[in-house]
Design a protein around this ligand. Sequence first.
Ligand code: FAD
Ligand code: AMP
Length: 475
Amino acid sequence: MSETFDVIVIGGGPAGYPAAIRAAQNGLSVACIDDWKNYDGTHAFGGTCLNAGCIPSKALLESSELVHRAREEFKVHGIQVGAVTVDLAQMQKRKAGIVKSSTVGIVGLLKGAKVTALPGHGQLLAGPQVEYTALDGQKKVLHATHVILASGSTPIDLPSAPVNGKEIVDSWGALEFDTVPKRLGVIGAGVIGLELGSVWRRLGAEVVMLEAAPQFLPMADQAVAKEAQKHFKKLGLDIRLGAKVTGARVTGDGVSVNFVDSKGEQSLTVDRLVVAVGRKPRTAGVFATDSGVTLDERGFIAVDAECRTGVPNVWAVGDCVRGPMLAHKAKEEGVMVADLIAGHHSDVNYKLVPSVIYTAPEIAWVGLTEEQVQASGRPYKVGVFPFLASGRARAMEAPHGFAKLIAATDDDEILGVHIIGPMAGELIAEAVLALEYSASTEDLQRTIHAHPTLSEALHEAALAADKKAIDFPNR
Ligand code: FAD
Ligand code: AMP
């Protein structure tokens, strides 16, 4: 193995592996070091996203949604299936298979791009050089012209509810249950908490979610948050806002959870407790103290808008740096840096990173919320189209939620799009593209959308912004 590379990437998650592949596409010699370890002790590329995040959660969301639909919806279609039972072992096996094929796929992609894949730990030294510790413990110092730190993030611990991997688990542990808990507690009603709570609720658990903040989904458009709350209640998620967990301990009867809400000190007992209170950047052991890399005030690796750390030729991307902790943001940063290193122009449009919550109904948005536009003082108009008025949504037995478009009154520019409803995570792509091209409401109004499709909801929302909706009364 060569010990000198044009680029060494530390981390093989959605930030690191695309950086490595693009750098290799740009004709550079590249190594990608990754130390992910699965529960069984084996190494896998792909980071949190493939092994313990996006992919396994979506696999279980899909399976559990099918269970829910079979139980609640099939009879409406005239399909009789008798009692629907869950083989959780098979469900978990399917998920594990999807994860495995994805992580093996990354190894294939790295190989195909001629990236040297190095399982093991990497630490940036002054130079820049990188100390590589292979899985067998052997150490080697590698030389690089450029180093990209892509070390990702780990779950935030709650000292009052220490994870023991059995009764009290983090988000990864909550994807690995081998039985459906009768009573499940979830601390944190953020994106991850809601997705995990939905999975286990649909599979039959009684789910109580304790959220310290008084407001539900404060980062979302509040009309969407309100609609979502209604649907989650119908599903049976018992979401308690303004409920701050102060302690949790394992007892003979499960986990006793103490929390404080507007009524004072409360407690409840659950069989399993998931701590989903957010994630923190992984920075320990990633760079030596004399490497010159620094952290910002929130503990992320400090970088500028182009992901430069301030140390010449050392870059950092993904969850370990500021910005939304999302796989697609991580990927775009990795690709941007690889292109900048090669001398190409590149940037990331941080204003247009879409957000998706993969619950049912799905929630997705891009751009500004109505609250943000209101606060900016810019005159605006809003168009809303409910999926109830969509023939396709009704045919899918999913006439829930709405598409909402917010545009400037002065020049008609679309400022934000918020969707709660079937396939919202897919539908939002059109809105991202529209905003990327600074499209006007009129541009969307004049774009032909196939009928009957869910995408017509966005078309009609654009029409509704000018009181020209056809399929729903204008207000
Ligand atoms: P990571 O994926 O954490 O990868 C970092 C990698 O670097 C890891 O493999 C780690 O072992 C390795 N590493 C770290 N330090 C070193 C070192 N010193 N030497 C060698 N290797 C090192 N995001 C979405 O966009 N959509 C979703 O649907 C979504 N769902 C999620 C669901 C859950 C349950 C969770 C937990 C997260 C979810 N996320 C989702 C977030 C997403 O997983 C992260 O934003 C994404 O993984 C960040 O990518 P990354 O490459 O920066 O970090
Ligand atoms: P996110 O950062 O989107 O994953 O969401 C994590 C959520 O956990 C946030 O909404 C926090 O308000 C919430 N949270 C953090 N600490 C506590 C706590 N002690 N009790 C209840 N909720 C908490």
